[in-house]
Write a protein that binds this ligand. Structure first.
Ligand code: GLA
Length: 377
């Protein structure tokens, strides 16, 4: 990667990770989510290199680069390269304007911690290429294209939440996103004197992708069964509690509890929005605890480290709610904590966590921030 030594970028893009206040595993079931981008970002620098199709991308954090030809690349065995190739593959379906370029990536966020560094990378990369080569894609197209890239190239059958939050967020707001219609509303995130604190377990169990895809398939199986009685149903979003109860005898117990969780979680998102609007943070916190319970026992995507931290938080009156955030099996808990107790909570949780698992916790405050943006020129 000789180019780095004399690299002078023509374009610099910042692309954020995201949190999700509530609405977990609902996006690929076309339900509701309540995410926002945060001030943990990836910086991508781009320049055209004058060639027709030769490209080089270098990651400072991984200390690795990849060289490829736009007209001739295939899926890679190296995970992060597929985020790059996937985006190019999807762009090529829409435009033939890409030419040779160089790009560097600097990450200021932890990977594998449930704040979606992968969406930050995909979205920042697509956003940058769109700008550099005047591709004329709008933000919605960038969201959809990066979402497809994750399905087609990376192989995670994820919903659209992460890409949507990374690109479309507004500072100081969460997005109530309807994943069926993509209609969205920005809700002001006024929670003072409370703060959102993320506790990163620093574990990422390798079940993440396989179990994630299994959950998605289980929900599809649920839909297929419900469809036999209610043919109008397309996704779990169309299913009412009455329909689910009517179909319960036809379902395996596991499939039933996955579906039940999703229906309940969609309702919790709408209730959380009411609570936020009424500044009823106690209610919001209770909803977060209920989500955790659902993810732990019904959806079964938690793990001992996450459960420990959520249980631990219950000792603090100043913590109104806590739950696993994102796909699960590791990563972060999201906690709603009174500002006066943030430091004590982090200190005590870190000590207890270390004593239990011999692993260091990392903690940070999540501040709702603007989506992907150009910071130069
Ligand atoms: C991961 C996926 C998202 C979403 C969450 C769970 O972050 O990428 O699409 O499904 O898990 O809510």
């Amino acid at each position: 990667m000789q180019f780095i030594k004399k690299f002078s970028p023509q374009l610099v893009v910042e692309s954020p990770g995201r949190i999700n206040l509530i609405g977990e595993h609902t996006d690929y079931n076309l339900g509701y989510v309540l995410p926002t981008a945060i001030k943990k970002k990836i910086t991508l620098k781009f320049a055209k290199n004058g060639s027709d199709s030769k490209c080089e991308v270098y990651s400072y954090d991984l200390k690795r680069g990849v060289s490829f030809d736009l007209d001739n690349f295939t899926k890679s065995d190296v995970g992060w390269e597929n985020y790059i190739f996937g985006v190019i593959h999807e762009i090529s379906k829409k435009s033939d304007k890409l030419k040779g370029f160089n790009c560097t990536i600097e990450s200021y966020m932890p990977t594998g911690s449930g704040i979606s560094s992968s969406a930050a990378l995909e979205c920042g990369f697509a956003y940058g290429l769109n700008e550099l080569f005047n591709l004329g894609l709008n933000n919605r197209e960038i969201v959809e294209l990066t979402h497809h890239s994750e399905h087609n190239y990376v192989g995670t059958k994820c919903g659209i939440m992460d890409q949507f939050a990374s690109v479309m967020s507004k500072e100081g707001h969460v997005i109530l996103l309807d994943c069926r219609s993509l209609e969205h509303t920005y809700i002001p995130m006024t929670i003072a004197p409370y703060k959102l604190v993320l506790l990163n377990t620093n574990v990422s169990h390798n079940l993440v992708t396989s179990e994630y895809n299994t959950r998605s398939e289980e929900c599809e199986q649920g839909v297929a069964i419900i469809k036999t009685e209610f043919p109008e149903v397309v996704s779990l979003r169309d299913v009412t509690e009455t329909m689910l109860q009517a179909c319960k005898p036809l379902m395996d117990a596991v499939i039933y509890k996955r579906c039940e969780y999703v229906l309940e979680e969609n309702n919790r998102v709408l209730e959380a929005v009411e609570a936020l609007k009424e500044n009823d943070l106690r209610r919001l916190g209770q909803l977060m605890y209920k989500t955790h319970k659902g993810l732990r026992y019904d959806y079964e995507v938690s793990c001992v480290e996450l459960d420990f931290l959520v249980d631990f938080s219950k000792q603090f009156d100043a913590v109104l709610g806590a739950r696993v955030m994102g796909g699960g099996f590791g990563g972060c808990t999201i906690n709603l904590v009174h500002e006066d107790t943030v430091d004590t909570f982090i200190e005590e949780a870190s000590a207890a966590y270390f004593k239990e698992f011999n692993i260091k916790l990392t903690a940070f405050e999540a501040l709702p921030s603007e989506g992907t943006s150009i910071i130069y020129p």
